[in-house]
Write a new protein. Structure first.
Length: 586
């Protein structure tokens, strides 16, 4: 138990009745807004612990997603609230699925979200020797044995929820034989999968996890940290609780799927006589129109449905980052949804609402035309260019203004003109006057059409020079304001418009015989190759975010080059969640 003692984490120094002054003050000031925080406050009040020490323990077998962000915010947030600490620990017990790529990506995601584990980055593999020694302790106590059953036979002997399991024929081997076999397992004398070490608990236990669970299996695979030092690896259930204990974790905050594993973790801790963390479970995050299973996300990547783990359609943290989400918006979302003891599904519109609220305050406004239609102002002087003052963000006057070039030939959105306008259409049409954003009133006089297709390719207008800035001296009003860019000065960009990855809120809602992939949205990505943007965006750095007026929020993608920018649409301006809240009267 060297690691345990070196960290000063004995049973006695974590259960002082009074607790430290700093921790006690934090507990007194904390708000018991949910059952986890209330439990922690009670533990500090009663002296069960005199400090708060949490951890975020990802398995490095994939990229983190928005559900992990909830756990990150919860574990690091609680540590901050109570003046405690939060460790980052990689539970790297399965070398066949783990990779250093995932380790580095996880670190990047946590830092990006705004959290810091300081010098407390640990790995379950740090404790492999200690775990092995503890396993020998259990063998010596008659609480573990080497079993020769195959994986299929172990499942067969395990029983069901309604029927007890059967004891392995190898369950009653002597301590001496078990120690000899276990040490030979470590030495590499047996083939992969031929033997396991199992805890000896109760094959009739109502909790299947307590029916002699596997602690070690033989796997000849190179580990990303320990190399080929080991050919036996601890199972997650054996390593997890002891790793918490070694690190002196007071509150082991897990998702609900680990609730049935808690009795097993507590059994191991009790049999070893080591420091006991308290495990508290909460409901994992489920979002509409997406999947959260690592296995399914990996399928999407491997099958080429998406372009990679950081595809902006993915619920991964790196995907959300690439799409233009901010750490503040994700933290706000996690705070709003809170924690619950019951599984549920959160409407994705709440996540979108959070990013809109954040970007509305902080993203500069610019003008961009995604589907350009040429607009010619016939009475505007040929060759003249003037610069109009445009506000960068009306929500934040400190962001100032910019100068936008205006000329005779502009681009407007195709949707902002109709030769035959439908009812309640107030934008540009023959004979109709509209306001150009930050500019002038213009009135449509005629159009030019493609002689082959009959498609309108140019709209011709006249402008009123007395309406500079968008107001008429005579007080006349127009019903629409449209955005534009100067054809002479604009830059071109590729714009990627992302929609939900699935067509239904519940991807598993499929006819019999089909799986969740049947609900994949074939139109989840639309690429606009030559959008026209105002020249102020030239050289915009990767990751910078903007509101394209009237179109939504957009972010510069890493695929951008000095020759051509690439933008991802983060979210539209339409706020479904705000409308839901209005209907609910809140």
């Amino acid at each position: 138990m060297a690691e345990f003692k070196e960290n000063g984490l004995s049973e006695t120094n974590v259960t002082k009745p009074q607790g430290s002054e700093k921790t006690r003050c934090c507990a007194e000031n904390a708000q018991g807004t949910d059952f986890i925080r209330e439990a922690i406050i009670e533990d500090l009040r009663t002296g069960r612990y005199d400090r708060v020490h949490t951890r975020f323990p990802p398995e490095p077998n994939g990229y983190l997603h928005i559900g992990h962000a909830k756990s990150i915010c919860l574990n690091f947030g609680i540590a901050q609230e109570f003046g405690g600490k939060c460790n980052l620990r990689f539970d790297d017990t399965n070398p066949t699925k783990e990779d250093v790529e995932y380790v580095e990506a996880i670190k990047e995601d946590i830092r990006w979200l705004g959290f810091d584990w300081e010098d407390r980055c640990y790995y379950a593999s740090d404790y492999f020797e200690q775990l092995y020694q503890w396993a020998e302790e259990l063998i010596k106590k008659g609480k573990a044995y080497v079993c020769d059953l195959s994986p299929d036979e172990v499942r067969e002997y395990r029983g069901t929820l309604t029927e007890p399991g059967r004891e392995s024929p190898y369950r009653n081997r002597s301590v001496e034989e078990n120690l000899d076999l276990f040490r030979r397992m470590r030495a590499g004398e047996f083939p992969d999968g031929s033997r396991t070490l199992r805890a000896k608990i109760d094959m009739a236990h109502p909790n299947l996890n307590m029916r002699d669970p596997v602690m070690y299996r033989i796997i000849r695979a190179t580990h990303h940290r320990t190399g080929d030092k080991w050919c036996i690896y601890p199972t997650y259930d054996w390593a997890h609780g002891q790793s918490d204990s070694i690190e002196g974790i007071t509150h082991s905050i897990c998702t609900l799927e680990f609730e049935n594993h808690r009795p097993l973790y507590e059994w191991f801790i009790k049999e070893l006589g080591i420091f006991a963390p308290r495990q508290i479970e909460f409901a994992r995050l489920n979002l509409t129109y997406t999947v959260m299973s690592k296995r399914r996300l990996l399928q999407l990547v491997q099958e080429g449905v998406v372009r990679g783990w950081d595809d902006p359609r993915m619920p991964t943290i790196c995907g959300l980052r690439r799409r233009g989400y901010t750490p503040a918006a994700i933290r706000d979302f996690c705070q709003r949804i809170g924690v619950s003891k019951y599984d549920g599904v959160v409407d994705i519109s709440l996540l979108e609402h959070c990013i809109r609220e954040d970007l509305n305050k902080h993203a500069p406004r610019v003008m961009a035309v995604l589907r350009p239609l040429k607009l010619v102002i016939d009475n505007y002087p040929e060759g003249q260019v003037e610069y109009l003052e445009a506000v960068n963000n009306p929500e934040d006057p400190s962001m100032g203004t910019r100068q936008v070039p205006f000329s005779k030939v502009l681009y407007i959105e195709q949707d902002d003109f109709r030769e035959v306008p439908p009812p309640k259409y107030y934008r540009l049409a023959p004979g109709r006057e509209v306001r150009l954003r930050w500019g002038y009133f213009v009135r449509c006089t005629h159009v030019v059409k493609d002689p082959q297709t009959g498609e309108v390719i140019e709209v011709h207008c006249t402008y009123d020079p007395e309406t500079r800035g968008g107001n008429a001296p005579d007080g006349r009003k127009v019903k629409a304001t449209i955005h534009w860019v100067s054809a002479m000065h604009c830059i071109e960009a590729e714009v990627r418009l992302y929609d939900y990855l699935f067509t239904k809120p519940d991807p598993d809602d499929v006819p019999e015989g089909l799986d969740w992939r049947a609900n994949l949205n074939p139109n989840s990505l639309e690429i606009i190759p030559n959008a026209k943007l105002e020249q102020s965006l030239a050289g915009a750095p990767v990751g910078s975010r903007y509101q394209f007026e009237r179109l939504g929020y957009f972010c510069v993608d890493p695929d951008s080059t000095p020759e051509k920018l690439v933008f991802n649409r983060t979210v539209t301006l339409k706020d479904t969640w705000a409308k839901i809240q209005q209907k609910m009267g809140s």
